[in-house]
Design a protein around this ligand. Structure first.
Ligand code: R5P
Length: 291
């Protein structure tokens, strides 16, 4: 087994290579003046099982193309199997038809990746795990939630209330609660399918004077966390933190969240940002050792 570290996941790829001891396949990547990507493997991979690590956070389209080119290059050069590790899987939120005339984007992405030569996929906290059952190759979801919860526990936040900003994230906070050993709950969130506007319904929890950690899979614009934090403030929470696996943090999302009274945003290196304080390398390395 050899690893190819994609240009979008350099640090995580290096950490994973170190932990697993996998041989790295050097790759040349270039971007032409017109924006097109060039990829060339510098050593043979004949007969190898090749692992490609490439996240697909923004700019997701060019990162998906880079991944497809690496997979194709591996297969053309004799790789016997290609496993893609895509920590943040782009387009996973468009996993069904919400409005007539739409596409199921994640299915199109999966078929493109299969056409490029990918035989197997490992991802982390995909938006809805069931989407993976429709992929044209075996696809596995790993969860980084207990690692995020452990990060807070180590910092003295044991017994903190774990809050899901919507019912869909309830399984996430159940997982966090097992580590934090406190209570958990969820809010009801609605998103306007035309404007993208989020509204979160107020519910009553006993969080007065308590530390609360809002857990979500993705923080994108920050709208969801801002709405949840506002409710928690009204309910008298002492301190509010935000944790997510994929800190996309588009534009001034982090500032908006902090301005809403959240102490800190913590994410993983699925998307390398300055808030990426929890590394996925141990989780991914353990999985690779079992392949
Ligand atoms: C959607 O349901 C996801 O789980 C996240 O809650 C959502 O992507 C967060 O987006 P934003 O930060 O833009 O509110």
């Amino acid at each position: 087994m050899k690893i190819i570290i994609g240009p979008a996941s350099k640090e995580l790829g290096e950490k994973t290579a170190k932990l697993t001891g996998l041989e790295k396949v050097p790759v040349t990547h270039k971007t032409f003046p017109d924006g097109e990507t060039y990829t060339r493997l510098e050593v043979p991979v004949q007969g190898d099982h090749v692992i490609i690590m490439q996240t697909t956070s923004p700019p997701q389209d060019s990162r998906l193309m880079q991944l497809a080119f690496i997979a194709d290059a591996a297969k053309r050069n004799g790789a016997k199997k290609v496993t893609a590790i895509i920590p943040y899987l782009a387009y996973a939120r468009q996993d069904k038809i919400f409005l007539q005339g739409e596409t199921i984007s994640i299915q199109t992405v999966a078929h493109m990746l299969a056409a490029a030569g990918i035989d197997q996929l490992i991802t982390i906290n995909v938006h809805q795990e069931k989407v993976l059952t429709q992929f044209p190759f075996p696809a596995k979801n790993l969860s980084a939630i207990s690692m995020l919860a452990e990060h807070f526990k180590q910092r003295g936040l044991e017994k903190a209330f774990a809050l899901a900003p919507d019912k869909g994230a309830m399984h996430i906070v159940e997982e966090a609660r097992k580590v934090l050993d406190g209570e958990c709950g969820y809010l009801e969130k609605q998103r306007d399918r035309y404007t993208g506007q989020v509204s979160v319904e107020k519910k009553t929890f006993d969080v007065k004077g308590k530390a609360v950690i809002i857990f979500d899979d993705i923080i994108s614009t920050g709208g969801t966390i801002v709405s949840a934090a506002k409710i928690l403030r009204e309910l008298g929470a002492a301190k509010v933190y935000a944790a997510c696996v994929h800190p996309l943090l588009i534009g001034d999302a982090e500032k908006r969240i902090l301005d809403a009274g959240v102490e800190e945003v913590v994410g993983t290196d699925s998307v390398p940002r300055h808030v990426s304080k929890v590394s996925l390398a141990p989780l991914i390395s353990k999985e690779l050792k079992e392949l």
